[in-house]
Design a protein around this ligand. Structure first.
Ligand code: URA
Ligand code: SF4
Length: 186
């Protein structure tokens, strides 16, 4: 079922982003994952490899995960938009809307306990789905938003790409993943 969606994404032409992609990036990981990480859209390296978070931002993410005893193969990692926007521009509203049903299906199949949204695009796209109002990422980040109705916790944090050269944000994202570790009882 998850593989079927991933296959559908690889062949998708629902928005114009298919035209410039080398590879769509459906996402990867464990179907039984308790933790799901959601980024914005594939970058250059991700587009080349067809895998999420394998470039520079991915390296930082890997370091943070490792420090907290979280194994990539035990979680599920994906993005709101599955094909790379030209020159890494932000995905357009229309692209997000066209692509969103894939993410929704992935979440419904995996049924994670915790979703960490990485950065603005993921945070603003996900929160309304669970009835949360989105305000600025600075205010939201590090807060555990609990939805008993949906049996899920959402923790917004900064995008790792934004943290690479910014020590303050780097500390913040590290702190937020410390909370994730606690929530996972690791
Ligand atoms: N940035 C993202 O948002 N997602 C990736 O997969 C890589 C970089
Ligand atoms: Fe399809 Fe999403 Fe790729 Fe657009 S970004 S072509 S909707 S998979």
């Amino acid at each position: 079922m998850l593989e079927k969606i991933e296959e559908e994404i690889r062949n998708c032409r629902k928005c114009l982003l298919w035209k410039n992609r080398k590879n769509a990036v459906p996402g990867e990981g464990n179907i039984d994952a308790e933790l799901m990480l959601i980024g914005e859209a594939p970058g250059k390296t991700e587009d080349e490899m067809g895998r999420p978070f394998v470039g520079k931002a991915g390296q930082l993410l890997n370091e943070i995960l490792e420090k907290n005893g979280i194994k990539r193969q035990e979680i599920y990692i994906t993005n709101v938009v599955k094909c790379r926007p030209p020159n890494n521009r932000n995905p357009l509203k229309e692209e997000i809307e066209k692509c969103f049903p894939y993410l929704k299906m992935q979440i419904d199949i995996i049924r994670p306990k915790i979703i960490v949204t990485l950065g603005n695009v993921a945070t603003y796209s996900l929160l309304p789905l669970y009835g949360f109002k989105s305000t600025s990422i600075t205010r939201l980040r590090g807060k555990v938003l609990s939805s008993p109705l949906h049996q899920i916790k959402i923790l917004p944090t900064y995008h790792p790409a934004a943290c690479i050269y910014n020590p303050e944000l780097k500390n913040a994202i590290a702190e937020d993943f410390g909370k994730v570790r606690e929530l996972l009882n690791l």
